[in-house]
Write a protein that binds this ligand. Structure first.
Ligand SMILES: [Fe+2]
Ligand SMILES: [Fe+2]
Length: 186
């Protein structure tokens, strides 16, 4: 496995999610009616694919590997920024889950909070991914073949342990198909 290539592919999938979320936010604000299964699927995808798997590889493998070697202060600061983005993303997701639960318990007003947090998440991720795209290219040229091989091996282990990669790729396909019915997706 080329772990950097895999992380880039995952960024594309996460950008697909961002696109679905933007359409969902517009839908929620226009309708105040919530497509429950679709929202549940998005929350599952964010938790299992974006957070546990993708951010897990970055936080448990790549960033510790980088911090164990000599890096410029600029690079170290950027890693801290990326970690802050992850933490901020997690707080938006926690808030989304909370509003969704309230809605399911009969609080229809929770829809607007759900839309706000979804919008914040969808606004955060593209910038985060852009920063990582530039940073990963730079890092790949710094790491030794041995470090790259170790990174590949450890990322593959995480993916195997979680064991749901294919499931989430299929879920994304299904969500994109569902979205065609709910609202037009580009
Ligand atoms: Fe990240
Ligand atoms: Fe990433």
């Amino acid at each position: 496995m080329d772990a950097f290539e895999e992380l880039r592919k995952e960024h594309s999938e996460i950008m697909r999610l961002v696109s679905l979320m933007k359409h969902t936010v517009a839908h929620l604000r226009a309708n105040q009616e919530l497509p429950e299964q679709f929202v549940q699927d998005m929350l599952d995808f964010i938790t299992g694919f974006a957070d546990k798997c993708h951010h897990g590889k970055e936080e448990k493998v790549l960033f510790p590997l980088l911090k164990s070697r000599q890096l410029s202060q600029g690079d170290l600061d950027l890693i801290d920024q990326l970690l802050e983005d992850h933490a901020q993303g997690r707080s938006f997701v926690a808030a989304m889950k909370e509003s969704f639960k309230l809605y399911q318990n009969g609080d229809s007003g929770a829809v607007s909070e759900l839309a706000d947090n979804m919008e914040s998440y969808a606004n955060l991720l593209p910038g985060h991914i852009k920063k990582e795209a530039v940073f990963f290219k730079h890092i790949q040229s710094l790491l030794t073949p041995k470090e790259l091989a170790l990174h590949d091996e450890k990322c593959e282990k995480i993916e195997k342990e979680l064991g749901e990669h294919e499931h989430f790729l299929e879920l994304m396909d299904r969500m994109r198909a569902t979205a065609m019915d709910l609202f037009p997706v580009n």
